[in-house]
Design a protein around this ligand. Structure first.
Ligand code: ADP
Length: 189
């Protein structure tokens, strides 16, 4: 089973992913986590990735497609994956469809977490104080939001056309949000 969890920066994807992989019994594929690990390594590639993260710009689609292809071959992905942070633009969504088709599988459902932008911004500013992620400063956050609107939001149509899109209201407590996600995934596992 392949589920995509989508939503703007700060919508709570990380928190919900952790709960969802338990519920669904699938592996977690977070491109943000993989890239943050890569950025720790002092090589030309590591430095390029670190620069993208700090600026809130997207790394190349080619790198992402390679990362995903490698990751879904791992044994823990055999029951499926929760895709968190990918796809992030229409070309990545198309590549993912092709990649999964080669193993005769496909995305089962896409959950879109919807939260008002000002609410997101204040959540991220709070997270900056507690977690210290290098890309949680006001300038990068605004940029990541603009990238989401411009590059990532168009994917919603891609999946709407495939009748896989399930949008939920992601305001409220993590428990309330999780219940809404559970409700739209009923019947999938
Ligand atoms: P958030 O959704 O809070 O911005 P992520 O952890 O998903 O956080 O991503 C952090 C950064 O990693 C992004 O701003 C981008 O630079 C990079 N990134 C993550 N996933 C992708 C992707 N699929 N394609 C390109 N860049 C990505």
């Amino acid at each position: 089973m392949f589920i995509v969890l989508m939503g703007p920066p700060g919508c709570g994807k990380g928190t919900q992913s952790a709960k969802l992989i338990e519920l669904l019994g699938v592996a977690h594929l977070s491109t943000g986590d993989i890239l943050r690990q890569m950025a720790q390594v002092d090589t030309p590639l590591g430095r390029r990735v670190a620069e993208c993260l700090d600026q809130g710009t997207l790394v190349s689609d080619e790198l992402i497609v390679d990362l995903v292809a490698e990751r879904i071959k791992q044994p823990d992905c055999r029951p499926g994956c929760l895709l968190d942070g990918v796809p992030r633009n229409v070309p990545q969504a198309q590549s993912l469809d092709e990649l999964l088709a080669t193993s005769k599988t496909a995305v089962d459902a896409v959950v879109e977490m919807q939260v008002d932008e000002e609410e997101l911004f204040s959540r991220l500013m709070r997270r900056a104080e507690t977690e210290g992620r290098s890309d949680d400063n006001s300038e990068t956050v605004r940029h990541r939001m603009a990238v989401y609107r411009r590059e990532t939001a168009p994917i919603l149509d891609h999946y709407r056309q495939q009748q896989k899109l399930r949008s939920i209201d992601a305001s409220g407590t993590p428990e309330e949000v999780f219940e809404r996600i559970e409700a739209v995934l009923v019947g999938l596992n």
